[in-house]
Design a protein around this ligand. Structure first.
Ligand SMILES: O=C(O)C(=O)C[C@H](O)[C@H](O)COP(=O)(O)O
Length: 306
């Protein structure tokens, strides 16, 4: 299978704290989450990353195999570990604590990329996290963007701002430079306010359109998503649900949105679908386990129409 969508970034073992205090093991990492979300919608997806030769790395290979995510461009290295993170839940939502410095993925560089696969991909999905984990990883993302575009593919970028990984000034400089070479911008409102210094969603989408992307989907949480192209801007609403854990809601939006674009939806229809998938994934704990499959999303949307 030649993947249509390639996701480049760091997968991480997840330990998510439940109300009883115990940690639920699972899998996370934003671009891996997006890859699985897209695969669950039926897209042909592949990962580009490095893992350790530890049991955690192996469990990702098993997970992707069971989800139908292509691992041809995944390498296991002997001199570094797979990343780990913990999710705790407080009054302000969820918080991430990382054990990832020096990880296998953070040691990736531009020379490690699968050139042909990138040149053949329809969409490359990357994020601020893919670039925040190290300077070499940041450079690898810039090179991957160049290769995909050289082959005629499009690039999608989620800002996923993590200030535990890099300072705001560097995040601004790098993500704006990357966005300027991207086609699909997927910022979250909170990130975008910090990165752009703007407050109004309409101003933020205009900022990103002016940088270069032809599609911007600014996620607004329970208010839905403001989708913008050069011709049209509109808020695509979402039905509110009783969320228990919002981990990976943004990634689920991304993967589903890209799967629907590849399937031929326009950005507004793709956002309606992706909003529903993101809402559904907040109903369970963990990044990957509660991600809905196609049938569940279709059913949720059908209920909305009643
Ligand atoms: O923080 C990181 O580096 C991670 O990759 C861990 C998480 O799996 C994603 O961050 C979840 O992302 P959201 O969809 O924004 O909740």
């Amino acid at each position: 299978m030649t993947p249509d969508i390639l996701c480049l970034g760091e997968p991480m073992l997840e330990f998510n704290q439940k109300p009883d205090g115990n940690y639920l093991p699972g899998h996370g990492g934003d671009t891996s989450n997006a890859a699985i979300a897209a695969a669950r919608q039926g897209a042909r997806v592949g990962m580009i990353t490095h893992l350790g030769t530890d049991a955690f790395g192996q469990s990702f290979l098993d997970l992707w195999a069971s989800e139908g995510v292509d691992t041809t461009s995944v390498r296991q290295v002997t001199d570094a570990h797979t990343g780990v993170y913990f999710v705790t839940h407080g009054p302000d939502g969820h918080e991430f604590s990382y054990l990832r410095a020096g990880s296998a993925a953070s040691r990736m560089g531009p020379g490690d990329l699968p050139v042909t696969a990138l040149q053949q991909a329809k969409i490359l999905h990357v994020s601020g996290i893919s670039q925040a984990i190290s300077d070499t990883a940041a450079d690898a993302v810039f090179e991957a963007i160049r290769l995909v575009r050289e082959g005629g593919g499009r690039v999608s970028y989620d800002t996923n701002l993590r200030l535990k990984l890099w300072p705001l000034e560097r995040a601004r400089a790098v993500t704006h430079a990357a966005m300027a070479q991207c086609d699909i911008a997927l910022p979250g409102l909170e990130d975008a306010v910090q990165l752009t210094g703007l407050e109004a969603p309409e101003d933020i989408v205009q900022f990103y359109l002016d940088l270069g992307p032809s599609i911007v989907a600014l996620t607004l949480g329970s208010k839905g998503t403001l989708v913008a192209t050069s011709e049209k801007q509109s808020i695509v609403p979402v039905r509110e649900v009783k969320a228990v854990d919002a981990t990976a809601a943004g990634d689920t939006f991304d993967g589903t949105f890209l799967a629907r674009l590849v399937a031929g939806d326009d950005p507004f229809e793709a956002a309606r679908y992706a909003n529903a998938a993101a809402a559904l994934t907040t109903l369970g704990y963990g990044a990957v386990a509660p991600m809905p499959r196609k049938e569940a999303v279709t059913e949720f949307l059908a209920q909305e129409a009643v």
